[in-house]
Design a protein around this ligand. Sequence first.
Ligand SMILES: *Cc1c(COP(=O)(O)O)cnc(C)c1O
Length: 497
Amino acid sequence: MNNKLYGNLIFELSRAGHRGYSLPTNSFEGHTTKELPATLRRAEDAALPECDEMTVVRHYTNHSANNFGVNNGFYPLGSCTMKYNPVINEEIAAMKEFTSLHPLQPAETCQGALEVYYGLQQSLAALTGLSEFTLNPCAGAHGELTGLMVIRAYHMSRNDNKRTKVIIPDSAHGTNPASAAVCGLDVIEVKSRENGLVDVEDLKQLVANQGEEVAAMMMTNPNTLGLFEQDIPEIQRIIHECGGLMYYDGANLNPMLGVCRPGDMGFDVMHINLHKTFSTPHGGGGPGSGPIGVRSGLEEFLPTPRVILSDDDTTLRVETGDYEKSLGSIGSFFGNFGVVLRAYTYILSLGNENIKMVGPLATLNANYIKDSLKDVYELPIDGLCKHEFVFDGLKDKSTGVTTMDVAKRLLDYGYHAPTIYFPLLFHESLMVEPTENESKETIDGFICVMRKIAEEASTIPDEVKSAPHNTPIGRVDDVLAAKHPIVTYKQMINDKN
Ligand SMILES: *Cc1c(COP(=O)(O)O)cnc(C)c1O
C-alpha cells in the first residue's frame, strides 16, 4: 500500500473547486429554488477539504486497510486480549429489532430484549456459581468499582466501618488498585512467590497485623501469569476468618468456563469482561461491559435497574425502585446492550457442552506454544499454564535484541505483537495468549516465525532492532509521541514551517 499516493490527511488532497457531489441548477416547472436567508449563512466558506468522491472513498478505505485486527491475522495479545468474536454475534447485534429499541420504552413492548438481558443474568450466575448478576457496569474496571462498592455497602450495613483496606497481589492488573482507590479504599500489596502464585505466608502476616481493617481481597485466577492460584481454598479461609470478602477478577474467565466456578471456590463478588471472555470487538477503548455477580446474601446491594421475572412467571419487568440498600444507578439505563446481545448469542451458540471446550482448547494452545519456544525464549516460570503465559525475552541476552524488537519484528511477518512489558514482574515480559479458535496451522506459523526471529537476533540483529520494515509506518519513537503528542493538523503545518 502506498500511502503517499493517497495522502496522509484528507486536507493534503484538497484541490480548490473539487467537489464530491453535483446538484442540478435547473428548477423544474412549479419548483423554485429557495436560498437560505443571509442571516443563516456563513460569511466565509468553512475550511473543509475539497475533493472528488473517489479520492475521499479511496483515502479512507486505504487508511482502514492500514489497520491490523483479528480479521487480518493472528493476534496473540495476552491478558486484555480480543478473544473469539464469531460473525453470527455481529449479525444478531445489528438486527433492527434490537437496534431500534429505546431504553425508556415500556417493558411490555420489549419483552424480547428483556428476555436476552434476563437470560444472560441467569447464564452468568449458572456459569460462575453465584446468586445474582447485574449487567449495568460498562467495563471491567467499572465492574470492579461496583463490586467494591457492594462490599463496602455490606460492611457498612453491619456497622463494620473500619474495613477500608483491600489486599491485592503484586501481579494484579493495574485496574485493581485503581478501582480500590476510586472507591476510597487503601491498597495493601501481597507478594508473589518464586512460582508466581500468591505468597500465603506473606498474606497471613498482613492479616495478622491488619485483619480487622480488611474489606476484601481481590484475586485474578488464572492470575496475570496465566497460572492457576492453587491456594485459593486456604486464602479464602484466611480472608473470611478475618471478616473480609473475596473478590474475583474474572475479566479473562475463558479458561475456567464450565470447568470450575468462582462461587464454588469461596468468592463472594466478581466481575466478568463480556468484551473479552464473551466476544465483542473492543478496540480503542470501547464498547465494553463488566457485569458483576454476588453470592447469596449480597443481592440487595446490587445496583438498579434490574430485570426481574414477574410473579406470573411469564413476563419480565424492570425494577428501578428505591431498594433500601441498593447502590442505585451506576450508569445510564441498562449498560451496553449491544455487548450483552453478543455475549448471550455466544453462550447460546456454544451451548452447555461446547462452552466447556473453550478453556481446555485455549489451555492446550498456550502450552503448545510455550513448550515449542521455551528453548529459545526465556521461560521464568515453567510448568503447566492456563490460557496464557509469559516469557522474559529471548533466552540469549547477548544479542541485545529486546522484547520490543521481537514485537516489532513480528509485525513484518504479519502477526500482531503479544502483550509486552506486562506484567511488571519481569524486565522483558512478553505475554502470549492464543485463543481456542485458532487452528494448529495458524499456531504453527506463529511458532515458526518466533523461532525465525530468535535466529535473526543472532544473525542479523540490526534488522530486528530496526523493525518493522514492511508496515505502513516504521518504528515510532513512542516516548516522543507520549511526551510531545501532535494532535492537531494546524500544529503539524506549524512544525513543518
Ligand atoms: C482487561 C482487564 C481488566 C479491566 O477491564 P476494562 O474493561 O479494560 O476496564 C481488569 N482485570 C483484568 C485481569 C483484565 O485483563
